[in-house]
Design a protein around this ligand. Structure first.
Ligand code: AMP
Ligand code: MG
Length: 401
């Protein structure tokens, strides 16, 4: 029996502990992209506000279509027509309100107008080319629901009901701490022997920024107990939650586990995930804490699969789990693993479907494997894959946004 914690179960546990922020702020629409709606946006109007023409053409009574019809008025978009008398037609343009008395619009391509008299080719049914009042949004209905992460099209929808602002949850403050005595900030000088540049900080800051959250940068902390404890207390004071990288294995240089246990509570999980086995989850005081592994690729994968849904729930978002697709594997997995593996792959469309090409180096320290890929292929524990098999893939664009 494996004592590894399945990814789905870890996710369930962190989600159960996520308490959403409650404070809301009102933002102008143009500043609201990516923020999470805090109150249902209810429309006070019908969209469109009246029946209107879907075409440039002629408005008439469908029953009159077989007769020569004098063109009695002209209605461009933005104008209002007048009552349409029987056996007449109105010249009308896309978006213009249907004049009372008309019940159809014939597109101009199916009409002949000679000396102000219209003849229509073919039959016409009532309702033809009419966009009805409220077809898009009815007055009193919810245009955009609480919990929605605002996408460009949602901003347009809110604008279409006449609202210039929208209420959103204030951005979550995520305190970020990089642990490791070997770490050095890029730009702060030449690497000493044994040193490496801190890359996790940048990956995570970018991921948080793509989620429109506030990254509270708590810098680097060296591998010693006092410094780690102080940095954790500081991070918990500054953020709504704390995310660290590194130091959660059980080596004697891994201080995060012990210090979080002292300051709050902690579960250390051996996750059934590859890359990224060690993951810590707990709290410092009343602030939730997630301790990601140190290896840069593990950081990316565990953040996207565990931390991201957790943070989105804290942010008040109603996000479904990321969509996955099926692709044909261009590779083999010959040995079944005991962990769910997230292979970094490049999806290519070959005209028939998707093919997944595996990055040649799947080591957890090789960040190029993420940077030079566009998807994760999900290989469940205990499975093998032969070239040509269908595998589940999650495009990175579904995770980084
Ligand atoms: P740890 O879990 O602290 O033992 O770290 C595992 C591996 O990830 C080590 O090789 C670390 O040097 C590396 N690592 C940890 N933190 C970072 C970071 N912020 N940026 C780049 N590599 C890191
Ligand atoms: Mg370390």
């Amino acid at each position: 029996m494996s004592s590894l914690l399945p990814v789905a179960e870890a996710l369930q546990r962190v989600l159960a502990a996520a308490r959403p922020v409650s404070e809301a702020v009102e933002l102008p629409l143009l500043k609201a992209l990516g923020h999470v709606v805090s109150h249902d946006v209810v429309s006070a109007v019908d969209v469109p506000p009246s029946d209107n023409s879907a075409m440039d053409g002629y408005a008439l009574r469908a029953a009159d279509a077989g007769y020569p019809l004098p063109v009695s008025q002209r209605i461009p978009a933005g104008a209002m027509g007048t009552q349409l008398e029987p056996l007449t037609a109105a010249r009308i343009f896309t978006g213009a309100p249907i004049p009372p008395g008309a019940d159809a619009v014939v597109m101009q391509e199916n009409c002949d107008e000679v000396s102000g008299v219209l003849t229509v080719r073919g039959g016409v049914n009532a309702g033809l080319n009419i966009r009805t009042r409220g077809q898009d949004i009815r007055s009193g209905s919810v245009a955009v629901a609480r919990g929605r992460i605002l996408r460009p099209q949602d901003l347009g929808l809110v604008a279409s009901i006449g609202c210039a602002t929208v209420n959103v949850f204030r951005p979550l403050r995520v305190a970020l701490l990089s642990t490791g005595s070997e770490l050095m900030e890029p730009g702060s000088g030449e690497l000493p022997r044994g040193g490496i540049y801190n890359s996790n900080r940048y990956t995570l800051a970018g991921l948080l920024s793509a989620m429109h959250m506030e990254c509270v940068d708590c810098g680097i902390v060296a591998d010693n107990p006092e410094a780690t404890a102080n940095a954790l207390v500081d991070a918990a004071a500054r953020g709504d939650c704390v995310i660290t990288t590194g130091g959660v294995s059980v080596g004697e240089e891994d201080h995060v586990k012990l210090q979080v246990e002292r300051l709050g509570r902690l579960d250390l999980w051996k996750l059934a995930i590859k890359p990224g086995k060690p993951l810590a989850f707990g709290s410092i005081g009343d602030k939730p804490f997630i301790g990601l592994p140190g290896n840069p690729t593990s950081v990316f994968v565990t953040f996207c699969l565990i931390a991201r849904p957790f943070l989105l729930k804290m942010q008040g978002a109603n996000e479904d789990s990321p969509l996955s697709l099926q692709a044909q594997a261009d590779f083999a997995v010959t040995r079944p693993g005991d962990r769910q593996e997230y292979l970094r792959v490049t999806l290519e469309s070959d005209g028939h479907g998707l093919r997944a090409l595996r990055h040649p180096d799947q080591s957890s320290g090789v960040l190029s494997s993420v940077s030079h890929s566009n998807a994760l292929a999900v290989i469940p524990p205990g499975t093998t894959v032969a070239p040509g098999d269908s595998v589940e893939v999650i495009p990175l664009d579904f995770l980084v946004r």
